[in-house]
Design a protein around this ligand. Structure first.
Ligand SMILES: *Cc1c(COP(=O)(O)O)cnc(C)c1O
Length: 495
């Protein structure tokens, strides 16, 4: 049965999955959502025997129904291959009584690879399917990891170009170096003088600008998005939560059907929304723990029902979560509003005009499955140090935020149900912050020196992307102010 996607802000906008992937954002500024979430058709025992690729196929065929089986298998094979440094793709490891789902074994050592290694293939298939002759221009704002993962995915993919905006000074040295050394004739990286929200708001505005769209169209170009608002990102992320549960079963941590918790270090709300969708599809998730850093707008939202972005933006040791507007939350709002586009649109208009919105008590009750809390930078550091002392296992700052929030939850509630923590980046991507937790007396040198030190101390495997950047030349050096973003795009595209 064909599954269509509609906009969160206007129910009359309906497209196929391939069209939703091509468009990224709906034309009214809303986000595409599946009209319903299909039930997972396999038994969990069966599921536990599947490889990552097989499971990806079983799930994606349910949600991307206008792709043929052959197209999906082809995209999956191309995405989840030797770019990953383990055949498991996303291993689940038990440390100190907690299951860490390592999502950082792909090309750029962050969980964004899980979706961005497949999105370019879905997108080029989608273009063919819809008889699109235009070249696709991917426009992306990044808080550090998305940009590199998107460029790695799209580099030299025929029929595509990609432009990435990142906050200059708002990402780690390794992240920046990873982006600036990206090869590919079709990639362009631009630093902006502003923070991630400025970059994201700028990109959204350009997307929504009919004048710019027309200019592109007259040159045979069209925008699309690789940000986590694209359902081509969201759908592949649902896979690893089922896969994690299969591994829990295989490791005898649960019996098939038993409940478990998921904890996700959250920024734009994409990763945890995928877990929520997995639950809606039948995965027995008891609680979704939404972990924030000191930019704790979501924590306050879950406790009060008021989403209030009017606050100081704090640069933390987990920069990929330094976000005050969590775009994907709109999809959850739509759900708890009873799939009401009017309500969703009104709340998003409030956010735009007043910087806040308040949900009704009835909507708030539907958030019961979520537990929101945050970890300070000091607590994050302690978490990394404590886990390393106990297990010799090093986690990155983002994962540590989640790990700490989970422990707080467990202490408060005494709830010992098995928990899966999404481990979203290799500790080497944030070597300075990680070392300052486990070996504060060994912080001399630049971030690459610190990676070597971290290896000496931990013996944990250094990702290829980190190993190779010291020998690669910088290929990009553009920096612009926020109002110049549009001009820079047109200039680089030669319009
Ligand atoms: C992007 C990112 C996050 C946040 O994920 P969202 O889907 O934006 O909530 C967390 N950790 C790392 C390392 C990331 O790159």
């Amino acid at each position: 049965m064909e599954l269509t996607y509609k906009s969160t802000r206007d129910g009359s906008i309906r497209v196929t999955s391939s069209q939703a992937i091509l468009q990224g954002l709906a034309p009214d500024g809303g986000l595409f959502v599946p009209e319903r979430l299909p039930a997972f058709p396999l038994s969990f025992e069966e599921m536990a025997q599947k490889s990552y690729q097989e499971l990806a196929f079983e799930l994606m065929r349910l949600l991307l129904t206008d792709f043929t089986e052959e197209e999906l298998r082809d995209a999956i094979q191309k995405a989840y291959d030797e770019k990953f440094d383990t055949a498991l793709i996303a291993p689940l490891v038990k440390k100190d009584g907690v299951y860490y789902l390592e999502l950082y074994h792909g090309a750029t050592a962050a969980f964004k690879d899980m979706a961005l290694s497949i999105l370019p293939h879905l997108m080029t298939i989608a273009a063919k399917k819809n008889q699109i002759q235009d070249e696709i221009v991917i426009l992306t704002a990044t808080s550090g990891d998305t940009g590199k993962a998107a460029m790695a995915g799209f580099a030299d993919v025929p029929g595509t170009k990609i432009i990435v905006f990142y906050p200059k000074g708002g990402v780690s040295m390794i992240q920046e170096k990873q982006m600036l050394t990206q090869r590919g004739a079709n990639v362009h990286v631009v630093g902006i003088r502003g923070n991630f929200d400025d970059a994201q708001t700028g990109v959204k505005k350009i997307f929504g600008d009919a004048g710019v769209r027309e200019k592109l169209a007259s040159c045979g170009l069209r925008f699309s998005s690789a940000n986590s608002i694209n359902i081509g990102r969201l759908v592949p992320q649902i896979v690893y939560y089922f896969y994690a549960y299969g591994q829990l079963i295989r490791q005898n941590a649960v019996k098939a059907g038993d409940p478990f918790h998921i904890t996700v270090p959250t920024g734009n709300f994409g990763n945890i929304l995928a877990a929520y969708y997995a639950r809606e599809m039948g995965l027995p998730v008891e609680k979704l723990l939404c972990a924030s850093n000191e930019n704790k707008v979501l924590v306050d939202f879950f406790s009060s029902g008021l989403y209030d972005r009017k606050r100081e933006f704090i640069l933390t040791s987990s920069p990929s979560m330094d976000i005050l507007i969590s775009s994907n939350l709109e999809r959850l709002i739509y759900k708890i509003a009873g799939e009401d586009c009017e309500v969703t649109r009104a709340l998003m208009a409030d956010l735009q005009s007043k910087g806040e919105y308040q949900i009704t008590p009835e909507m708030k009750r539907k958030l019961d499955v979520f537990y929101g809390n945050f970890a300070s930078q000091e607590e994050t550091k302690e978490e990394i140090a404590a886990l390393f002392r106990k297990e010799g296992y090093v986690i990155d700052t983002h994962t540590a935020v989640a790990s700490r929030v989970y422990r707080t939850y467990r202490e408060k509630t005494g709830d010992h149900l098995p928990v899966v923590i999404a481990s979203t980046a290799s500790p080497y991507k944030f070597a300075r912050a990680v070392l300052s937790a486990i070996a504060p007396d060994r912080l001399s040198g630049n971030d690459l020196d610190l990676c070597r030190t971290l290896f000496e101390i931990s013996g944990q495997k250094v990702p290829r992307t980190v190993e190779e950047i010291s020998s690669l030349p910088n290929l990009h050096d553009t920096v612009v102010d926020v109002p110049e973003m549009e001009g820079e795009i047109l200039r680089w595209l030669g319009i």
